[in-house]
Write a protein that binds this ligand. Structure first.
Ligand SMILES: C[S@@+](CC[C@H](N)C(=O)[O-])C[C@H]1O[C@@H](n2cnc3c(N)ncnc32)[C@H](O)[C@@H]1O
Length: 295
């Protein structure tokens, strides 16, 4: 893979104000789309720890939001991994897939690699592998040392980044996690299940702080299918409290929910942003494709 550029961006000022670390914001809630899934997770939290989240990866109240990559798309992710990411061997790939699919009762699909190896895994896990490898390939060309991910699902991308950064010998000093409260609880639970393999120190941040609690400095921002789909007020608050402090980053930009014209509101110098079509393209509407945005 090779997409790269060395540049520093400063998102422009928006009309919302910068928060200090102690402030919380109560906003009119327009992101109702997350309610069903958040409520499902809150219900899970009421259960005894050993009964929590046992089958979240195949519960429709969760999978309308996450863990819904189709078998066919999974095939395309696998092909991209095997053709573009030649530093990773099949054994590494299968080891991550096995690790990530171990918990949550996911629905698996069957694939065969070029070498004839049979793989049975969640197509969504293949997506996490590809995204992790694209991100690491760019991150290693920057001078960043810390990552912050906005909208982390259940933590599958972080698990993949941790797993492959170790194999590729890429240093990440700290990983900052920002999600809604019930999602943060699931992520914490999920990552605890994998604490024997996680070597990157990580820290949770409340979504109500909009990233104001994430330390500046050599900061690499990641947001896949989150920053561009959340409510505009939330977006603006994340822009000024977090994105403007990021030195570099990667965003999967959904032009369906945030028109590309808005890039000029987020990045001060648009000429320093590189974008390519999302690979594989997952937006069904050809008029509003998704993009991989590197800055
Ligand atoms: C479509 S999912 C994408 C998850 C993950 N990035 C992936 O690629 O699988 C959107 C994520 O954004 C999170 N989210 C929604 N609103 C948020 C907010 N205001 N602050 C932080 N995270 C939010 C959701 O909880 C969920 O984890």
């Amino acid at each position: 893979m090779s997409f790269f550029f060395n540049m520093h961006l400063r998102p422009t000022k928006n009309t919302v104000s910068v928060l200090n670390e102690k402030q919380n914001v109560t906003l009119p809630k327009n992101d109702d789309v997350y309610d069903l899934y958040s409520n499902y997770l809150k219900n899970e939290e009421q259960k005894e720890p050993e009964n929590r989240y046992l089958s979240f990866k195949n519960n429709r109240k969760y999978t309308y939001m996450l863990e819904h990559v189709t078998e066919k798309l999974g095939e395309q992710y696998l092909k991209l991994i095997l053709t573009e990411c030649t530093e990773i061997d099949e054994e590494d790939l299968i080891n991550y897939l096995t690790l990530n699919d171990r918990f949550g009762d996911t629905v698996k699909s069957s694939y065969v690699t070029n070498k004839g190896t049979n793989i049975s895994c969640s197509p969504t896990s293949l997506r996490y592998v590809y995204h992790a490898l694209v991100i690491l390939d760019y991150y290693k060309t920057t001078d960043c040392e810390n990552m912050v991910e906005l909208g982390c699902g259940y933590g599958g991308l972080f698990l993949a980044i941790n797993f492959f950064a170790n194999i590729l010998n890429i240093h990440i000093a700290k990983y900052n996690i920002i999600d809604l409260p019930s999602a943060n609880n699931l992520i914490e639970f999920y990552l605890n299940l994998h604490k024997d393999v996680i070597t990157i120190p990580y820290e949770f941040h409340e979504s109500a702080k909009y990233g104001a609690t994430v330390p500046s400095g050599k900061l690499f921002f990641i947001s896949n299918y989150c920053f561009t789909e959340i409510d505009i007020t939330n977006k603006n608050l994340y822009s000024i409290n977090l994105l403007k402090r990021a030195d570099h980053g990667f965003i999967i930009w959904q032009s369906l929910t945030y028109d590309l014209n808005n890039m000029k509101n987020v990045f001060q110098d648009i000429s320093q942003v590189e974008m390519i079509d999302e690979r594989p393209q997952t937006c069904l509407n050809t008029l509003t494709p998704n993009y991989f945005v590197f800055f």
